[in-house]
Design a protein around this ligand. Sequence first.
Ligand code: PLP
Length: 282
Amino acid sequence: RIVYLNGAFLPENEAHISIFDRGFLFGDGIYEVTAVLDGKLVDSDLHMARLERSVREIGGRLPVSTDAIVAIEKRLIAENALTEGVVYLQYTRGAEDRDFLYSEDLPPTLLLFTQQKTIEHAASAEKGIRVKTVPDQRWARRDIKSICLLPQVIAKRAAKDEGCGEAWMLDGDYVTEGASSTAYLITRDGKIITRANSEVTLPGCTRLAVLALAQEAELTIEERPFTLAEAMDAEEICLTSASNFIAPIVAIDGKAIGAGTPGPIYRRLRALYIEHARKTAI
Ligand code: PLP
């Protein structure tokens, strides 16, 4: 695979980062994951806007413009002949002797690579995903897409140990979001419920696109927190993320949801999203 590191396109085994990189020593960095469908970037503008915001929120500065980043992503897709999968981007504050404080003129580290993944015809889109709940043990600024992902690593491992594909994180009785996805429930009368964006969750790019499509389709959306009990009793539940688009959740903590199979509103939203992705990918 060809990867991008600090201005150079290199074979992956020739790309090296300093042991003093602040991403490595402090988790001092930001990441983004953009889906690739038919060799094109999906919702690229939304991901670039979120990247700029995350970097700004930690007082960082991107070394190149987002237009240049998109060009890098397109070149990686072409060089690696990627038709479906993701482009991963990581920005860190750079490398220097270990100190919490950083030099203002430190050149940042910018790394991008591609990963092949089946998204459109993923087995989970038909079979559904089982979810395990865990306490949300993350920091208070979850709106920043920080590379500090230890709570999610632990949550996903606990979920896998119980045969689940995703963890839902709980703040008391309330669901915040998935370990790497936005959480939704659909009520018996067809309302889509998901949290409003705030510092409590990551503002999902797929969420933004799916809610816009739902609105166009005249579905009712209610942006508010929901409890685990409400989700357990929902007609359908689902998740969105760049690397899954929208996927159905069929069980929480071993209890089947609704009919225990992917529901009609999920199916409609997935079809709308794939159509949107094809139409707008760059
Ligand atoms: N919430 C969290 C905690 C995530 O890590 C992610 C994606 O990785 C999402 C939500 C979904 O965001 P997006 O749709 O932009 O991939």
